[in-house]
Design a protein around this ligand. Structure first.
Ligand SMILES: [Zn+2]
Length: 175
């Protein structure tokens, strides 16, 4: 099975969540897999970067992180330059950003969502994509969160509630 899709949205593969305070070493694998996906599929990628100001609601929950204009909100080096950047200010990559417009311009409907973490920014963005009529796709190797149980549970949640397709990298790259 080779799964067809229109575009890749990479969420929060930024310094803060890979090399910073909120990062985990295992998330580096997500960066590697996402890079393979972008290069191997030849599809358009959009790089969404968490980018906060002090009054964003999330700051009350997580403390200062990925602050706008600091290196921690920048896409990690491996993926930098692989697509246009969208700055988001909340969990949802569509909330008050240009993501919807950019995807519409591309005529994209089937969207692969990559990044961290599965049970926060990914699930909120996938919900938002579903509300807007997109068909979300998740590649197992291209997302992760703090525990594998949480990841599994959230993938199942997105499948049953948003009709998300859950596939492997091999399902797309055919190897
Ligand atoms: Zn944030």
């Amino acid at each position: 099975m080779v799964v067809d899709f229109d575009a890749i949205v990479s969420i929060d593969l930024i310094e803060e969540f890979i090399n910073g305070r909120l990062g985990r070493p295992k998330y580096r694998k997500v960066v590697k897999s996402t890079k393979r996906l972008i290069e191997g599929s030849g599809k358009k990628a959009i790089l969404v970067q968490d980018s906060h100001s002090i009054n964003d609601p999330e700051i009350r929950v997580w403390g200062l992180h990925a602050m706008e204009g600091t290196p921690s909100s920048e896409t990690v080096e491996e993926l930098r330059g692989m697509g246009p950047v969208i700055k988001k200010h909340n969990y949802d990559a569509f909330f008050e950003t240009g993501l919807d417009g950019m995807l519409k311009e591309l005529g994209a409907k089937k969207i692969v969502f990559c990044g961290v973490v599965t049970d926060i920014c990914i699930v909120h963005s996938v919900a938002s994509a579903f509300f807007r009529g997109y068909e979300p796709i998740l590649v197992e190797e291209c997302t992760d969160t703090t525990s594998s149980a949480k990841k599994r549970r959230t993938l199942e949640y997105m499948k049953s509630n948003y009709g998300a397709k859950i596939i492997s990298l091999a399902d797309i790259l055919g190897k």
